[in-house]
Design a protein around this ligand. Structure first.
Ligand code: ATP
Length: 246
């Protein structure tokens, strides 16, 4: 089986400060992988390089066998991406926004698809809302719904539950667990929430100071640091320096 994502030797520096330092990352079909790490560890930069949004200084990325940047269009057809920082146009209703994105992926039956996708995340009541009427958390939810519409082989989510209340965040995790896994989408997400990672991820890639310091099943990563939970590991590693001059 072709991995849905292979990134090898990713490096990125900003103003001579190395933010991501030789990161390798692979995601198998249906696998659920979480990138965990403290603020500034390089999680978002790594994701954006994997998506071809940020150009790495060194390293290679391929998605479903399509190497970036040359095969970007073919690669992107395999990906759904959502992040709280992605804007949603103001003067559009949620249903129209989802229909637009579905059609970009060549989908029809958008009324039914949109309703089903909104229902999966418990927000079907937002279908007729204008974007201007949505709270920031609701916009995040609509972004996640949009990213899942075409059942992408790889779903990439940057801190999907960071702006959500605990109840809504739980519904999102339940929705993601339904569609991501063997036979469904692979999931690559970033998070600071160790409980979320333990619940959702088959594998955790722990980034600290731009480097992968652990890469294994959550329980095994905890054991590697002499603990039975990721929270302890996080607290131990969070004190590490964030980026270094090289
Ligand atoms: N375009 C940029 N120009 C300069 N510095 C940048 C740029 N993008 C990111 N950085 C720096 O790179 C470092 C890593 O940022 P990144 O957003 O990848 O970390 P992160 O692990 O996602 O952090 P957080 O958990 O806070 O979202 C930070 O110190 C950030 O300030």
């Amino acid at each position: 089986m072709v991995p849905v994502l292979v990134a090898h030797g990713l490096v990125k520096s900003y103003r001579r400060r190395r933010i991501v330092d030789r990161v390798d990352l692979a995601v198998e079909p249906g696998e659920r992988v979480a990138i965990l790490g403290p603020n500034g560890a390089g999680k978002t930069t790594t994701l954006l390089m994997c998506l071809g949004v940020v150009r790495p200084d060194a390293g290679t990325v391929s998605i479903a066998g399509h190497t970036l940047p040359h095969k970007r269009a073919a690669a992107r057809a395999n990906v759904g991406f959502a992040a709280g920082y992605l804007p949603m146009p103001d003067r559009i209703r949620v249903r129209e926004y989802l229909t637009f994105h579905g059609r970009l992926h060549g989908l029809d039956d958008m009324a039914e698809r949109s309703t089903a996708a909104l229902r999966r995340f418990g927000v079907e009541h937002l279908a007729s809302a204008m974007a201007t009427e949505l709270s920031s958390g609701q916009k995040t939810l609509v972004g996640i719904v949009k990213a899942t519409l075409h059942a992408p082989p790889l779903l990439v989510l940057d801190e999907p539950t960071a702006s959500l209340d605990p109840d809504v965040a739980n519904r999102v995790r339940t929705g993601l667990a339904e569609i991501c896994g063997p036979g469904g989408s692979a999931l690559l997400l970033t998070s600071h929430n160790t409980t979320e990672v333990e619940r959702l991820a088959d594998r955790v890639v722990f980034l600290s100071g731009g480097r992968v310091v652990a890469n294994d099943a959550p329980a095994r990563v905890a054991a590697q640091f002499g603990s039975d939970n990721l929270e302890d590991v996080f607290l131990r590693l969070a004190g590490s320096p964030v980026g270094t001059d090289r």
